[in-house]
Every structure is written in structure tokens, then in C-alpha cells.
Design a protein around this ligand. Structure first.
Ligand code: PEP
Length: 260
């Protein structure tokens, strides 16, 4: 079980540092790792604040929401894997629906980022998910298949073990409309089947997170479902108390599933 927080374009460096202090101070146990996906400008402050918490890096990790796959060069406005690694980032989101739909990122570009991330030992949190019209017109499986095939093309079975998947139905992101536990479980089972048929049995260990309007009230009913291995949370991750409550819900589900 993993709890990943996507802060999107929120928080100054000072706010980010004080969040880390408050969150770390409020955590009573670390059995479920937390990954903070933070704005680029806050990464040094988050790195510094995390280093003072005493919580091991595997339990309180941080990373970025985006990066570019080239090593360096004339790519104005972009940030490379090495620039993230320099500040201790362990994770990076690839293919978030806002990158796909607001910034026009293609499956091909996302695939290049996923390959670069695993080659650099950055864990890609690889997001996939259908829009409402796609779901309503019966294209859920074909959309997920295309996103997975293109996003993971060229990734070896060994490197797949470094990937974290996130199923995020676009219609549930930031809308307050959460997928039902049944809808989420069904989509996760489909993703799992696809991964195992393409990469073999080891793909059964790749975590698949659910994202889309998860909050402290609905998290447990989703996380307790088989095949749902954690949450990627936007809006409800912005306040310390709310992320702590989400963490507690994840810990409860993980314990009941025998995972912690
Ligand atoms: C997200 O940003 O990935 C997300 C799921 O956002 P929210 O939790 O606000 O729907």
C-alpha cells in the first residue's frame, strides 16, 4: 500500500517545508509509505524538511510531478531526471491526465518519460485512465490498453518492477465524483491482467494505485478492495490533517488485507 500526494501547482517552498514538519510530526506509524509529489520549486525545501524528520526515505519519499526525458540541452522550461535526482527525488509522475489533456502530452512522449525514469532509477508513477465519453461509449478497455502498450513500450520485465501504476479515471479527478469501489476494482483487475499477459508473472507485484477524488471519508472503502494497492490523491492531500486521515485509512486497509 502506498499513499501518494499530488500537490499540483500549490504551495510555496515555505508552505511545503511547514507541511512536511506537521505531517511527519502527526504520523504515528509509517507502515504505509507516503510519497509527496511536489512542485519543482519546493523540492529543495521538501528535501531539507524530510531529512530532519527522522523517517526513513522509503517511508517518507518525495518526487516531482513531471520531467523531460532528454539528459540536458536546449529544452526551455524543462527539468531532467538528473536535476531531480540531485535533490533526492525518488519518484516522478508520468502521464497525469492534466499533462495529457491540458498540456497535450501524447502516449509516445509519456512512454519516453517512463523509459527514461526507469533507466535513471526514478520510480515513474505512470497514470492512465479514460474520459467519461470514452467510458460511456464502451472504450474503457481499449483506452487503457493503448495507454499501457504505448506508455510501457520498450520497458523490460525487470524495469517494470520499478514502475508504480495509477488508474485515474479522468472524470473522477478533481471533480468530487469518485469511482465506485466496484468500478475501481474492475479497472484495476483489467490493468493487472494486461500487465501480466505482456510482462509475465512478475507483473503481479507492480502496485496499482487508484486516483480520483479520494478523501479521508472514501479512502478505506476503496483501499480495502483487492487489487487496489494505494491512492494517488490531489485535492485532499493539501492539508496536513486531511493527509494524516488518509494515511490512517490506508494503514487500516493495509492491516486488514494482511499487507502491514
Ligand atoms: C490527482 O491529481 O491525481 C487526483 C487524483 O486529484 P484529486 O484527488 O483532486 O481528484
Amino acid at each position: 500500500m502506498i499513499l501518494a500526494a499530488n500537490w499540483k501547482m500549490n504551495k510555496t517552498a515555505a508552505e511545503a517545508a511547514s507541511f512536511v514538519q506537521g505531517y511527519a510530526g502527526g504520523l504515528s506509524e509509517w507502515v504505509v509509505p507516503t510519497v509527496l509529489l511536489v512542485p519543482f520549486t519546493t523540492i529543495p525545501a521538501v528535501a531539507e524538511a524530510c531529512s530532519h524528520t527522522g523517517i526513513p526515505k522509503q517511508r517518507l519519499a518525495y518526487g516531482a510531478q513531471n520531467f523531460y526525458y532528454e539528459a540536458a540541452g536546449a529544452f526551455t522550461g524543462e527539468v531532467s531526471a538528473d536535476q531531480l535526482l540531485e535533490f533526492g527525488c525518488r519518484h516522478v509522475i508520468c502521464g497525469h491526465s492534466e499533462r495529457r489533456h491540458v498540456f497535450g502530452e501524447s502516449d509516445d512522449l509519456i512512454g519516453k518519460k517512463v523509459r527514461r525514469a526507469v533507466d535513471k532509477d526514478l520510480v515513474p508513477i505512470f497514470c492512465i485512465g479514460e474520459t467519461l465519453p470514452e467510458r460511456e461509449s464502451g472504450q474503457l478497455e481499449s483506452v487503457l490498453t493503448r495507454q499501457i502498450e504505448e506508455g510501457l513500450s520498450g520497458v523490460s520485465a525487470t524495469n517494470l518492477s520499478k514502475v508504480v501504476m495509477a488508474y485515474e479515471p479522468v472524470w473522477a479527478i478533481g471533480t468530487g465524483v469518485v469511482a465506485t469501489p466496484e468500478q475501481a476494482e474492475e479497472a484495476h483487475a483489467f490493468v493487472r491482467k494486461l500487465l501480466v499477459s505482456s510482462f509475465g508473472a512478475s507483473a503481479s507485484r507492480v502496485p496499482i494505485l487508484y486516483g480520483g477524488s479520494v478523501n479521508a471519508e472514501n479512502a478505506y472503502t476503496l483501499m480495502i478492495r483487492p487489487g487496489i494497492d494505494g491512492a494517488l490523491v490531489g485535492g485532499a492531500s493539501l492539508k496536513v490533517e486531511s493527509l494524516l486521515a488518509l494515511h490512517a485509512a490506508c494503514v487500516k486497509a493495509a492491516k486488514e488485507k494482511g499487507e502491514a
